[in-house]
Design a protein around this ligand. Structure first.
Ligand code: CP
Ligand code: NVA
Length: 315
């Protein structure tokens, strides 16, 4: 059996190194904490007096605020600094910064441009480092997505999810990772130029074998969304990719999620988006505002899944 104690002190950079049972455990604890929150239990002071440090190189609404509120509800203090407010912005090496900060705080969550920055933080930090989004992965988002699917579909396994659009981005990649852990069929549907590299499936081979999950990569929108439990999309131009905006908008134009796409998916499919959304670009206003949209529930679940992650990982 997966031990709760086994997660203490662990970094959370990609979820790749978490077993299916460990992922399920985080989701079970998220559900429990959400239930308690609904009963009015705002404070679960398991980390009283400990401190979470947030370092952000890019803007954030959901990740920053949900982590901050989650930490405070666990009894923690929170210190926030954008990277340019730290000496990091003037060139102090990451390895020096992190060796200092991990003597002050109990956990560091960072949003970075280059995933390698997080890897360096994790190498030098003596406290857990949590990925609050990098160019490659967004594991906290994937956990909230899985909780939302569990709640809306009534099960956590044997789900079929179509991610439509930029399948090379952080959100699509983390959805594929968590899907592989939980036995889903994840269809990545988008233009060939924005398919994930072959490395993604290679890294997940063992999980796919173990859980029976499948990753299907296709350019065919109609076949890709047919019969799925959820259609998921994200912005066409992620933070840090603004220089490719024009080309991305051109190749992604046929992949906008409209009501017609939702009809192709079938009557039961829900619509998902990590937010922020650009209405009229990757999704129509009609879809995101429709009763099939679960985007607010996804955003809400960021609080409960982040709280579970902090509760379990912070030593
Ligand atoms: N979904 C998400 O990570 O949103 P923020 O960029 O607002 O944190
Ligand atoms: N793929 C988007 C996600 C934002 C939460 C980005 O990286 O900008």
């Amino acid at each position: 059996m997966t031990s709760l104690r086994g997660l203490k002190g662990r970094h959370l950079l990609t979820l790749l190194d978490y077993s299916p049972d460990e992922v399920k455990l985080i989701l079970e604890v998220s559900r429990e904490l959400k239930l308690r929150h609904y009963y009015g239990e705002r404070v679960v002071p398991v980390h009283l007096g400990k401190t979470l440090m947030l370092i952000f190189e890019k803007p954030s609404t959901r990740t920053r605020v949900s982590l901050e509120v989650a930490a405070k509800q666990l009894g923690m203090n929170v210190v926030y600094a954008s990277a340019h407010e730290l000496q990091l912005g003037r060139g102090e090496p990451i390895k020096d910064t992190v060796r200092v900060l991990s003597r002050y705080v109990d956990c560091i969550a960072a949003r970075v441009f280059a995933h390698e920055s997080l890897e360096e933080m994790a190498r030098y930090s003596s406290v857990p480092v949590i990925n609050a989004l990098s160019n490659k992965y967004h594991p906290l988002q994937a956990l909230a997505d899985a909780l939302t699917l569990w709640e809306t579909r009534g099960r956590l396994s044997k789900l079929k999810i179509a991610f439509v659009g930029d399948c090379s981005n952080n959100v699509a990649t983390s959805l594929a990772v968590i899907g592989a852990k939980l036995g889903w069929e994840v269809r990545l549907v988008g233009p060939r130029d924005l398919h994930p590299g072959s490395k993604l499936v290679e890294m997940l081979v063992e999980d796919l074998r173990r859980t029976g999950a499948q990753i299907v990569i296709t350019e065919n929108l109609e076949e890709g969304v047919k019969g799925v439990d959820a259609v998921y999309t994200d912005v066409w131009v992620s933070m840090g990719f603004e220089h490719e905006a024009e080309k991305r908008r051109r190749v992604l134009e046929p992949y906008r999620v409209t009501m017609k796409v939702m009809e192709l998916a079938g009557p039961d499919a829900v619509f998902m988006h990590c937010l922020p959304a650009r209405r009229g670009e990757e999704v129509s206003d009609e879809v995101i505002e429709s009763p099939r949209s679960v985007v607010w529930q996804q955003a809400e679940n960021r609080l409960h899944t982040s709280k579970a992650v902090l509760a379990l990982l912070v030593p």
